[in-house]
Design a protein around this ligand. Structure first.
Ligand code: ADP
Length: 576
């Protein structure tokens, strides 16, 4: 039975019992009151009228007053006939009194009237006695019925009192215990209420919830949640800063290191648009700048981010990784956000600084003794100190070549250290294209002659002026021509030409040498890179330095090469 029905039944039963007891009580009270009223009206009044008539009769002589009093009470009695035989007695009394009024002194009549009245009184007294016993019986039966009904009601109420609270509270107790079990991850818990009431429905709903929770726990979703937690912990334990953004550039996570170096708290970042955080935080701004500005993206790619962390200036290499996923069942990949990784490269930077310093010191220290070797060789060659034979001349020649090569290497290394430490001194001013080209030709003339290579020069008329650092640009051109000679075959020709194009001056050096394989075209401008298998000696620094020198002047350098047929290196600078 439903709880609602049970409660309704219980309350209804109580209500019925109260109504029953009240009805029974009032019924018997009414009956008793009717009985007494009956006695009062029917018999007591007759006794009173009879008494009044007796008093009137017993007064001295039959006066008008006593007659009137008698008649009044007789009249009332005539209207209050209630008992069997009372009417006859009253009629007899009336006739006797009428007779007495005609013969007032008749004592026989008086005695008859007296008897009539006594009989009427006796009759009513007997009736009173009889009715009183009836009322007594009514009272007894009332007491009995009320007691019986009361006991039955008490028993019913007591049974309800014992059962109803338990009936409602026990399932609730069981349900509470089961919910606690579920809260403690015991999803196998079930409850069994057999009744077909609200608790039965509740039990069914609870069991189905527990079953779903159990399925969920065993499902891959639960495993995924575990994996998510594992990955979050992993990211948090990474020693390098990691920031995750969603597709709307809102912060998904910032690991502890990222929070530490940015001086932010998790609640200030999670779920907030990253541009809002960047407004107040320099570090975050530098991390996300390229997400909002594509020009910065290209420029800042190689530059490490400098951050004050671990009580010192630290260098971090930034990686912005776009995250694209292909949702299940779909073909198109979907962009879901970015992960910004910062790798602490301070130890490498420190080593790099140490290396640069070391190379700078060594090359600087080597320059002086090499120069003095060159000077001494020059003196010997000029035979100022004494005559030398042909064999000695050959030896001196090769010493000079090696010394020159050493000087070139130390010069390149020194230039490189300047580039690496950011100490290149560039003075861009209007310069003569002719001077630059002539200087380069002069410096490479001997090397070209040694391989019988012709240097063809094409200069435009009139010769333009270029915005350049003359010395550095000559150095670049010398390096390009030297490379062209080195990587060309004997007796070849090298073309050095200058063109003006849209207010820009283009220097190009074209050779017909071995060329550069396409996969190395971009790499040859990297420091210390040499095309694998290159036989000639070299440091792999010349083109890297050239690139730095040209870019520092606001120009560009590029290569076009036909592998096996030759290469053209082009330097573009602004016209003055
Ligand atoms: P180095 O010439 O000292 O090795 P560079 O930086 O000048 O260093 O050149 C890098 C590499 O590019 C060279 O090792 C060479 O393999 C290749 N290279 C440069 N110029 C030419 C050229 N004109 N023809 C073919 N390969 C070249």
């Amino acid at each position: 039975m439903k709880i609602k029905a049970k409660l309704l039944l219980g309350m209804g039963l109580l209500f019925v019992m109260i109504v029953l007891l009240t009805a029974l009580g009032s019924m018997y009270i009414n009956k008793l009151s009717a009985d007494t009223k009956n006695i009062l009206v029917a018999n007591y009044n007759t006794l009173d009228y009879s008494r009044q008539m007796l008093i009137a009769l017993n007064e001295d002589g039959l006066t008008n007053t006593s007659i009137a009093k008698f008649e009044t009470n007789l009249n009332r009695q005539r209207h209050n006939i209630t008992e069997a035989g009372e009417k006859e007695l009253t009629d007899e009394l009336t006739s006797n009194f009428e007779k007495l009024k005609l013969q007032p002194g008749d004592t026989t009549l008086q005695s008859k009237i007296h008897n009539n009245l006594t009989d009427i009184m006796l009759l009513n007294m007997q009736a009173i006695e009889h009715k009183s016993s009836i009322a007594e019986k009514t009272a007894d039966s009332a007491a009995l019925w009320i007691a019986v009904t009361g006991v039955v009601c008490f028993l019913i109420a007591f049974t309800m009192l014992l059962n109803l609270p338990g009936n409602i509270a026990n399932p609730i107790k069981e349900l509470t215990a089961s919910i606690k079990e579920i809260a403690a991850h015991n999803y196998s818990k079930r409850i069994h209420f057999e009744e077909h009431n609200e608790f039965g429905e509740l039990a069914n709903a609870f069991n189905s919830m527990a079953q779903k929770l159990e399925e969920y726990k065993n499902s891959s979703l639960d495993k995924l949640m575990m994996e998510k937690k594992r990955i979050e912990t992993l990211i948090n334990n990474i020693n390098n800063p990691v920031v995750g953004l969603d597709a709307k550039k809102q912060v998904l996570f910032m690991n502890d290191v990222a929070l530490k170096i940015s001086g932010l708290k998790a609640e200030q970042t999670i779920g907030k648009p990253v541009q809002d955080i960047a407004v107040h935080n320099d570090l975050v701004r530098s991390l996300v700048q390229e997400l909002f500005d594509e020009n910065t993206a290209a420029k800042e790619k190689q530059e490490p981010v400098k951050i004050y962390a671990d009580n010192k200036e630290s260098y971090f290499e930034k990686q912005v990784i776009p995250i694209n996923i292909t949702p299940t069942g779909e073909k198109e990949s979907l962009f879901i956000g970015n992960v910004i990784l910062l790798q602490n490269i301070t130890p490498f930077k420190e080593l790099d600084f140490a290396k640069t310093n070391f190379i700078a010191t060594v090359s600087h220290e080597l320059k002086t003794p090499i120069s003095s070797i060159k000077m001494s060789v020059q003196l010997l060659e000029n035979e100022q100190i004494g005559n030398i034979n042909d064999e000695q001349k050959n030896l001196l020649h090769s010493i000079k070549d090696d010394a020159n090569r050493l000087l070139k290497i130390t010069g390149e290394l020194l230039n490189m250290t300047q580039v690496e430490s950011g100490n290149i001194q560039i003075t861009v001013k209007p310069s003569s294209v002719s001077d630059i080209v002539q200087h380069a030709l002069l410096a490479t003339k001997t090397a070209a002659e040694q391989k019988n290579i012709t240097l063809q020069v094409n200069l435009p008329e009139p010769l333009p002026m270029v915005m350049a650092d003359e010395e550095k640009t000559s150095w670049v051109l010398i390096n390009l021509i030297t490379n062209a000679i080195r990587y060309s075959y004997d007796d070849a020709a090298i073309n050095i030409s200058v063109k003006t194009n849209h207010h820009q001056v283009e220097f190009s050096v074209t050779d017909t040498g071995q060329g550069i394989a396409p996969q190395y075209k971009d790499k040859i401008f990297d420091r210390y890179f040499r095309v694998p298998g290159t036989q000639k000696e070299g440091t792999g620094l010349g083109l890297a330095i050239s690139k730095e020198f040209i870019e520092a002047q606001g120009g560009t350098i590029k290569v076009n090469s036909d592998f096996g047929a030759g290469s053209t290196f082009t330097v573009v600078l602004n016209e003055a």
